[in-house]
Write a protein that binds this ligand. Sequence first.
Ligand SMILES: [Fe+2]
Ligand SMILES: [Fe+2]
Length: 341
Amino acid sequence: MSPRERLAGKMEFPPETQQPNVYPLSWESKTRKMEEIWAAAQRENWDPAKLNWDTFDVEKYSWEEREAIAYWWSILSVFDASAPPVFAAALIKTYEAHEEDPVRRCFFSVTRDEQNHEQMCGLAITKLLGSTSYLTHEPKSALGEKAQKNVKWLYYNGARYWEGYKRAVPKYSLAVLFSSFLMGEIAAATIFHQMAAGCKEPVFQEAFRNIGRDEGRHMAICMSLMERDYPHLKDEDKAIITKQIRAGYLFLSGVLFEPPEEFWDIPSDFIANQRACDEVARKAGFGIPTYDQKKENWQGAMLNLKGVLDKYGTKFPAIPEVGITGEEITDVEMEDIIPVF
Ligand SMILES: [Fe+2]
Ligand SMILES: [Fe+2]
């Protein structure tokens, strides 16, 4: 490669900067709602390490209970530990696309929030298990052993989408990406409010209230971007969105409902083990919704999303698992996922 030609001696002004350039040199602000959400994010920022951990006495739980509750946090972390890199990539995209300034800031805030959620998972798991990961933890009860096997399978499955995601980010417009983000956020906002209401442990209540509030903001970000962009959506994008919704449903069912075997590569005792953990955690005062509550929550979230997409003439996929009819989508692979939580 020859050294770059020096131009400054030859012309008064530099040539046009080639686009796309990763950073815009402007701070345009058109979407008012985004400014409000950013301001709320600044006000509501919290630190998982500063929650009231002093009130948390892990010794009052049996090992079986500790391992059951840590299992739930581990399911969550399969999603929340992958959210920081997922949103960091989306943040870079907002810069490459020269998005408005408040949109860039909002994506920055989501990345930070998800980092907090991941830290919260880590703190809870470390305190409950007395070790830094379920994967390397030495199970102390028969249930803990089953839970660990499940965690290994969740981890294996969750790791399968990243390469696909990296390919999807440059390929799709932000508008397409939002649709996948939105469904995760709608569902998450509901489940964390339920968890906050159902948990007896003060430090977990506090965490769930904070996480639920964060997810509510994430949902609002997606909604206002959809309001801005969806009226101009191209037909080919609409078809991709329909498929992404089905893919997102299958993927997120892993945490919000039960992972469907047609999509999640899991052993036949997985669901039974998970239900056993849920049961023990629930009895110990850790408010995981019951099967029916999860189903109702998930169905509600899907109907909400359907309402949004209907408004913009985008077809909704069939989700027979929760009784929603629509466009039949059959060929969904882990590699197709634009995952978010
Ligand atoms: Fe999150
Ligand atoms: Fe989120």
